[in-house]
Each structure stands twice: as structure tokens, then as C-alpha cells.
Ligand binder design. Structure first.
Ligand SMILES: Cc1cc2nc3c(=O)[nH]c(=O)nc-3n(C[C@H](O)[C@H](O)[C@H](O)COP(=O)(O)O)c2cc1C
Length: 269
């Protein structure tokens, strides 16, 4: 079950057009085993299942040719979005290492049916689900249009996301030291509507992470905090793969923040 997160992150893109084939038994079994014990550094229990779309009438208007769906639910406890985003992305990266395509769907899915299939209770939430299948050789016209509309292939430059000590000093990648590779790969993270709400302030052997909230959140979920969980997953997996051990902790940060920017968590090596 070991896989290279760095390779998976470099190869990953959202897949919405699948080739219509079922998953090979060996791939399905490997993914089932992987999601049995989803770990994240925040200790959030995430409950995964692989669902048959025919059995539960599951669908998405932007997806075609999928074989199955990966769905997960979580209890709505403090900061559940971070642990959920981390664990769901970890599973998607593992799927990618097997050649299976995924895309997180928060809005374009038959949500009621997913919630029924997952038996989501009053104190739980199903933030996203993803189709599973092998990518088709050509994207559908709809998928190409969607990617163009949200500029899905683009990411903000390093120095728009990463700062040096405070939000008033930009950081270029060569100043990021031991964090350089992990931050570069974290910037490739998928995010809702490709808004890339991630911000990082590097301060010596510590990085403080912030969310630049630009999408309206309802009281049940801050979807951009799920994006932050994904970003932290890329960052953490890359740090570990490069042998740089550190841990996440909550700090009393005194860094002045621009409007709509909210402190998330810190990481110390
Ligand atoms: C939390 C989250 C929710 C998303 N929701 C949807 C969705 O409802 N429908 C959709 O087609 N794509 C959705 N996406 C996929 C993003 O649009 C996609 O990740 C982004 O455009 C970047 O493209 P890439 O993943 O190919 O790099 C979502 C992604 C994330 C992380």
C-alpha cells in the first residue's frame, strides 16, 4: 500500500470522463483496503465506502463512463473539514497511483441519494464524493469547457501563496529552504472552483497556514477549509517522503492578516 505521493501529485488532475470499464478486481481490492483505516494528522475519523451507482441511482451531470463512486462522511466536530480534506485527498492520490481517475464533487452530484446511500445522520456530513474509473482517452466536450471556464490547469504563482514572516513580504521558492518542494507540490492541490484559498507564511523552521475565504460557506460546511485539508495533505505527504519530520499544532500567531484571511494551523519541523 506504499506509494509515492510526490509522483501521484505530479500526475494528478480531476477526471470527469471515464472509459466505461469496471475497475479491475486487484485495483478495487487495493483501494478498499486503503480506505479501511484512513489516517490524518488531526485525528478526524472519516468513514469511507465505495458505492455502486446503479444500486443507489447515483449520478452527476458532469460525469460520464464512471464505474463506481467513492463517498465519505464525517461527524461535524470542530475542524472536521481539515481531517476530511486530508483523508479524502490521500485516498484520491492512492487511486491515482493505481491509474484510477477521481474528481471531488461538492455541488454537482445527486446529493440526497449519496446521503441516503451513506446513511448520513443528523450530526454527520458528506462533504464530497468522487467517481471512480479509468480515464477515457479523450475528455468530453463538457469537461473541456468546464476546465476552460474555471482555468483548471492554472495555479497561482508561488509568491502569491507563500510569504516570508508576514503577509507584507513575498517569498520566492528559493528562499523557502526545507519547505520548498512540499509547498510547490501543495500549490498543485485541487480546490473548489479552483479558487486556491491556501496561504502559507514561512517563519524559520515553522510554516503558518491560512485560508483566504472567497466562497460563501453555509453553517454546515466551509468547503474552502476542505481545500485547506487537501493542501495540508500534499504538504505533509511530501515532507514525509523527503524525510523531513515535523508536526501540526495550533499557535497563538500574531501575524497581521489581510481581509478574509483566517488562521488555520501551523507546522514545525
Ligand atoms: C472541495 C472540492 C469540491 C469540488 N467540487 C466540484 C464539483 O462540484 N464539480 C466539479 O465538476 N468539480 C469539483 N471540484 C474539482 C475542481 O473544480 C478542480 O479540482 C479544480 O478545477 C482544479 O482542477 P484539477 O483538479 O484538474 O487540478 C471540486 C474540488 C474540490 C477540492
Amino acid at each position: 500500500m506504499k506509494f509515492s505521493a510526490v509522483a501521484a501529485i505530479s500526475n494528478r488532475r480531476s477526471v470527469r470522463t471515464f472509459d466505461g470499464n469496471n475497475l479491475r478486481d486487484s485495483d478495487l481490492k487495493a483501494l478498499e483496503d486503503f480506505i479501511k483505516e484512513p489516517l490524518n494528522p488531526f485525528g478526524t475519523p472519516v468513514n469511507f465506502r465505495i458505492l455502486d451507482p446503479e444500486k443507489y441511482s447515483l449520478s452527476s451531470p458532469v460525469i460520464s463512463g464512471e464505474s463506481l463512486y467513492l463517498a465519505a462522511k464525517v461527524k461535524r466536530e470542530e475542524n472536521y473539514e481539515l481531517g476530511f480534506g486530508y483523508s479524502f485527498e490521500h485516498a484520491c492520490l492512492y487511486a491515482c497511483s493505481l491509474g484510477i481517475g477521481t474528481v471531488m464533487l461538492a455541488s454537482t452530484l445527486s446529493r440526497d441519494r449519496f446521503e441516503t446511500a451513506m446513511e448520513v445522520k443528523e450530526d454527520e456530513i458528506l462533504p464530497v464524493a468522487s467517481p471512480l474509473g479509468y480515464p477515457a482517452s479523450r475528455m468530453s466536450f463538457k469537461e473541456r469547457l468546464m476546465r476552460q471556464a474555471i482555468k483548471a490547469d492554472r495555479r497561482q504563482p508561488f509568491s502569491s501563496i507563500c510569504f516570508d514572516g508576514s503577509f507584507s513580504t513575498l517569498l520566492n521558492e528559493d528562499q523557502a529552504g526545507v519547505f520548498k518542494e512540499a509547498l510547490k507540490l501543495a500549490i498543485l492541490s485541487p480546490s473548489a472552483v479552483n479558487k486556491q484559498p491556501f496561504r502559507a507564511v514561512v517563519d524559520g523552521n515553522t510554516v503558518h497556514f491560512f485560508e483566504y475565504r472567497t466562497l460563501n460557506s453555509d453553517e454546515r460546511i466551509d468547503i474552502q477549509k476542505v481545500d485547506m485539508g487537501i493542501f495540508l495533505c500534499h504538504f505533509d505527504l511530501c515532507m514525509k517522503e523527503k524525510g523531513n519530520i515535523g508536526s501540526f499544532y495550533r499557535d497563538e500567531v500574531s501575524i497581521e492578516t489581510p481581509e478574509h484571511v483566517i488562521y488555520t494551523i501551523s507546522f514545525k519541523i
